[in-house]
Design a protein around this ligand. Structure first.
Ligand code: IPM
Ligand code: MG
Length: 358
């Protein structure tokens, strides 16, 4: 049966990287005789320019009709002055909410090929880094009401609300523990329960969910300490379970220490299909349109799409193996090392697709 993937290239380097991800998907499907169909829709600044909304209803409908959604990136200086409800970021936040994608999986892996690009001291890097951030994605201060800017006591005052219900915490905790059971059975829940009520409830619910997973070793860590431990010794982490804003910040940190933001994929899942797959980096307007972007985070997101979105693990493994093989000889500028051949975005996409084709 043909599976349909809705492409949302978005802004900046989004178009270039999604094109490379699509090549990888097609090559993997061809190799094993699977049939894929693609649709494409507007999101972010590109959608705003065309329709006046960063998330047109037509885009939501097309995503819902697909088996999986494949997103590039949104945003850029061109749209910085827009009000929050018109900004490109609202497109991403909106589609996450519309599709109920409450669980964001962000694996951070230091590939042996990239050990030289790792930002950590060699003795720390040697211990390895293989963790996954399980980030709650549809709640927290990102979506809490009330929010706004209003005049209080004669001064403009900005306010947001950090809020989590028990049920929201429970369902992401279940994803965290299920993920740990498939990995090294270690879970670190990150919060700020020494200061925040939302975090106190978070910790209580996580401990309650933990009772159903006696095999999983559970630890709680304050977010400031977690940020520090991530650079001090990331090898201590397996699953990092956390809320929306802490997860946003810690996943960029985890990505950067592996060598480049350009390498890390992500999956955003709900209780039903379609799920959404995207690199964790942004739209990099400074290098957009110059064929310089690293497409590998997007290509690795294509692998996650096949494994988790379409239940095609064999095809996912083909893509991942091709990425490792490509890295042995070829690099984009962000991960360039002596002795390797420098290539642009499109060339890297062609090399990986060629390796997938075998
Ligand atoms: C991410 C991004 C988004 C977020 C932005 C673009 C809204 O930083 O996916 O990490 O904050 O979730
Ligand atoms: Mg982010």
């Amino acid at each position: 049966m043909t599976k349909t993937i809705c492409l949302l290239p978005g802004d900046g380097i989004g178009t270039e990287i999604v094109a490379q991800g699509k090549k990888a998907l097609e090559a993997a499907a061809n190799r094993t005789g699977q049939s894929l169909a693609f649709t494409s829709a507007l999101i972010g600044g590109a959608a705003y320019d065309e329709t006046g909304s960063p998330l047109p209803q037509e885009t939501v409908d097309m995503c819902r009709a697909a088996d999986a959604v494949f997103l590039g990136a949104v945003g850029g200086p061109k749209w910085d002055a827009l009000s929050p409800d018109k900004r490109p970021e609202k497109g991403i936040l909106g589609i996450r909410k519309e599709l109920g994608l409450f669980a964001n999986l962000r694996p951070a892996l230091l590939l042996p090929e990239l050990a030289g690009a790792c930002l950590l001291r060699a003795d720390t890097a040697k211990k390895g880094l293989d963790l996954i951030v399980v980030r709650e994605l549809t709640g927290d201060i990102y979506f809490g009401q009330p929010r706004g800017i209003e005049v209080r006591d004669g001064q403009r005052t900005g306010f947001n609300t950090m809020v989590y219900s028990e049920e929201e915490i429970r369902r992401i905790a279940v994803v965290g523990f299920d993920t740990a059971m498939k990995r090294r059975k270690k879970l670190c829940s990150v919060d700020k329960s020494n200061v925040l009520e939302t975090s106190r409830l978070w910790r209580e619910i996580v401990n309650d969910v933990a009772k159903a997973y006696p095999e999983v070793e559970v630890e709680h860590m304050y977010v400031d300490n977690a940020a520090m431990q991530l650079v001090r010794d990331p090898s201590q982490f397996d699953v990092v379970l956390t809320g929306n804003i802490f997860g946003d910040i810690l996943s960029d940190e985890a990505a950067a220490i592996t060598g480049s933001l350009g390498m890390l994929p992500s999956a955003s899942m709900g209780s039903q299909a379609p799920a959404l797959f995207e690199p964790i980096h942004g739209s990099a307007p400074d290098i957009a349109g110059q064929d310089k972007a690293n497409p590998l985070a997007t290509i690795l997101s294509a692998a996650m799409l096949m494994r988790l979105g379409l239940n095609m693990p064999e095809e996912a493994a083909l893509i991942e193996a091709a990425v490792s093989a490509a890295l042995a000889s070829y690099r984009t500028a962000d991960i360039m090392e002596p002795g390797k051949t420098l290539v642009g975005c499109e060339k890297m996409g062609d090399i990986v697709a060629g390796l997938i084709a075998g």
